[in-house]
Design a protein around this ligand. Structure first.
Ligand SMILES: Cc1cc2nc3c(=O)[nH]c(=O)nc-3n(C[C@H](O)[C@H](O)[C@H](O)COP(=O)(O)OP(=O)(O)OC[C@H]3O[C@@H](n4cnc5c(N)ncnc54)[C@H](O)[C@@H]3O)c2cc1C
Length: 653
């Protein structure tokens, strides 16, 4: 992220134009990072009221002063008279972070920020994974990674940096997982892409703040290419079974190809990056198979189906419905939306905006700009919200909110909906959820209420009782005629490792422990009696309060690589997490989740299993998960000394 030599001169007339397009608040932080000017920080403080406040009310002379000083700073950097500074002191950093987001930032964010920022002394992802310090490895040590989605790619890159050999099994013909499979109209992120990207591989060229599927797929494809992962990926290899061999302390991983041939690999460790959101959930509605028109699940979209100009029925109003419905509505004859329960929806002014040239330039060329911007998004979209999602047992309105600030959030969200459809009380009553905000993942407003008001859109809240050849019948007897049916009904998530048969020590089957939908793991990563098995996006790791799943994936990889680095040295052949460590952790997960919004009785979501236990979401802040996964603690594990060498067998049948 070095300053570019051609464009940073103060004489360059374009420079001031480019800086004028950058966020003034982020420029302020750049300046204070270099100059430690606390007076300037204090002068600006009154103009920053929150994390999403970009100092719109800053007086113009103060704005111009900041821009001019940044221009001189860049000119100095360009001339070589100033270089990147070391990290500001902890005290100043805390003051800067707090001023930046308009809220006090607790001290535990200092190590996280210091490590994530590109301060000269901090280079690697979390301070622990260090490709040069892995020491001597057993020459035949190998890891089998299952899945080449975001998780598998992240793991492979960091294993490669640590010098640990691996092979990746991927059932699809391409990398990217979610971003390869989901091609429905409007598919994209609801997390800003400047944090929905690897911290070690930032993309300063995102065309939109919330990019669409094609651009995100290209990002993962390009990253995989850049790190040379393709040569290690076995595409079209659908892993059916992973079996631990007690005698050898190895895993036998069996994959099946579309032509029925099998590939078997023996590896010292197995790392599951199979994702949670990729097994489409099809609603159990009588007559679904009798519908004669095309049925399109959002996760299995068929671009050859023509829906334009037709009468389309859409079941589901969650994250994918929010994206696909408003995208299709302007092009269909009629869209009938079948809603089971409404969602809370928040709007973000950047949701439909392109990233301007000046912002892209600033991200690329101004030292620390991208770091500060990333921190702002991290805080604003995730941890700043966490405190308001705890139950206050003394709160008198626990049926609809959790505490005072959750109630304020609720009222603000309702006011926003009212400002858009308040003139239609019947519609308004249908779309306000009864459960507290954040009980289910908060959705980003993709012109949802505007869509519901369209002449050619109707929202149906009666239950679907039956589907006929050409219509959906609801419980009030109404017949809704349609030509195409869209299932925006999400995913089946209870089986965390999907249909793969996983056998640990003494042949124990993972499903016999987890059942159909009650998965548990230590830090969401390791399971007792399943030695050298590591899970990404595992139980209780979904960041349900917001933020980016990529942050958690990086935390998991950091932790896993440290364990693998020890194993690779060959003194020990196997580790498995101690039962009491695992159980204690899961007791804390359950106790904490019981205090959080996801466990609320009024919430029926994919975070919960059939018995109501929250198995998907992590109840803690991102910073907590980061600090627990920062350092792998060997004493949490049983260690088996190495006695037998691995014979590296690869067979085809
Ligand atoms: C439409 C959508 C939008 C999302 N938006 C956001 C967002 O805005 N912010 C956010 O934080 N998160 C978001 N997520 C969640 C999460 O970030 C993504 O799902 C992400 O892609 C997860 O990466 P993954 O690698 O863990 O899983 P996946 O992307 O699902 O990848 C798993 C890979 O494993 C492969 N695989 C599975 N089983 C096998 C097997 N048996 N053998 C071989 N290969 C196998 C799959 O083919 C796939 O390639 C979104 C999810 C979806 C579905």
């Amino acid at each position: 992220m070095a300053a570019s030599s051609s464009s940073t001169s103060i004489q360059n007339p374009n420079l001031l134009d480019l800086l004028a397009e950058a966020d003034i608040k982020t420029l302020l932080m750049v300046l204070v990072t270099f100059e430690h000017d606390e007076n300037l920080l204090e002068e600006c403080q009154p103009y920053i009221t929150g994390a999403w406040d970009y100092m719109q009310n800053i007086p113009s002379d103060l704005r111009e002063r900041i821009i001019a000083r940044v221009a001189y700073l860049l000119a100095d950097i360009n001339a070589g008279t100033r270089t990147r500074t070391a990290s500001p002191s902890s005290g100043l950093l805390m003051k800067m972070m707090s001023t930046f987001v308009g809220q006090p930032i607790p001290p535990e964010y200092i190590p996280l920020t210091t490590q994530q920022f590109s301060f000269p002394s901090v280079r690697d992802m979390q301070g622990n994974v260090d490709g040069n310090s892995s020491g001597a490895s057993k020459s035949d040590f190998k890891v089998a990674i299952i899945g080449a989605g975001m998780s598998g790619i992240c793991a492979a890159i960091k294993l490669q940096e640590a010098g640990i050999p691996f092979v990746i099994f991927e059932k699809n013909d391409a990398v990217g997982g979610t971003w390869y499979e989901n091609i429905y109209p409007g598919a994209g992120v609801d997390t800003p892409n400047h944090i929905y990207s690897f911290s070690f591989e930032p993309n300063h060229d995102w065309s939109e703040y919330f990019a669409k599927r094609d651009e995100i797929f290209k990002y993962f494809d390009a990253v995989s290419e850049k790190y040379g992962l393709y040569q290690s990926i076995r595409f079209g290899a659908n892993v059916k079974e992973a079996v631990y061999n007690d005698a050898l302390a190895t895993w036998k991983v069996t994959a099946e190809r579309p032509d029925g041939t099998r590939e078997v690999v023996e590896a010292n460790a197995v790392l599951f990056g199979v994702g949670l959101l990729n097994r489409p959930s099809v609603p159990n509605v009588p007559g679904l198979d009798k519908f004669l028109g095309p049925v399109l699940h959002t996760a299995q979209w068929d671009n050859s189906v023509k829906w334009q100009g037709k009468r389309v029925g859409m079941i589901g109003t969650g994250a994918s419905g929010m994206q696909v419905g408003p995208t299709m509505a302007p092009e269909v004859e009629h869209l009938t939306i079948f809603q089971r329960s409404p969602h809370w929806v928040t709007s973000n002014p950047n949701y439909h905006r392109k990233v301007t040239a000046g912002k892209k330039w600033a991200l690329k060329n101004i030292p620390y700009y991208a770091d500060w911007y990333r921190f702002q998004l991290f805080w604003a979209t995730a941890d700043s919200l966490h405190a308001s999602l705890h139950v206050d047992p003394t709160w008198p309105h626990l049926d609809r909110s959790l505490n005072e600030s959750n109630e304020k959030m609720r009222q603000a969200l309702i006011a926003s909906v009212e400002s858009q459809i308040g003139d239609d009380p019947e519609l308004l009553a249908k779309v306000i959820p009864t459960y507290p905000p954040y009980g289910k993942r908060m959705l980003r407003d993709n012109h949802w209420y505007h869509t519901l008001k369209r002449e050619n859109v109707s929202l149906v809240t009666e239950r679907i009782s039956e589907i006929k050849a050409d219509a959906v019948i609801t419980s009030d007897g109404q017949r809704h005629e349609i030509d195409v049916l869209v299932l925006a009904t999400g995913f089946s998530v209870g089986q965390v490792l999907g249909p793969i048969d996983v056998h640990g020590t003494q042949g124990i089957h993972l499903r016999s422990i987890w059942g159909e939908d009650d998965p548990r793991a230590y830090l969401g990563i390791t399971v007792p009696n399943f030695p050298n098995l590591f899970i990404m996006a595992g139980p209780n790791t979904s960041p349900a309060h917001g933020g980016s799943a990529i942050f958690n994936a990086e935390c998991q990889v950091n932790y896993i690589v440290q364990a693998l680095q020890i194993l690779a040295k060959g003194k020990y052949s196997a580790i498995d997490v101690r039962q009491e460590v695992h159980d204690g952790y899961n007791d804390r997960v359950d106790a904490q989740n019981a205090k959080m919004v996801w466990a609320h009785q009024g919430v029926n979501s994919w975070y919960k299993n059939k018995s109501g236990r929250v198995f998907a979401s992590i109840p803690w802040r991102m910073v907590d998960y980061w600090s627990w996964t920062k350092k792998f603690e060997p004493e949490d594990y049983n260690w088996r000394p190495a006695t037998i060498a691995l014979s590296d067998v690869t067979m085809k049948s």
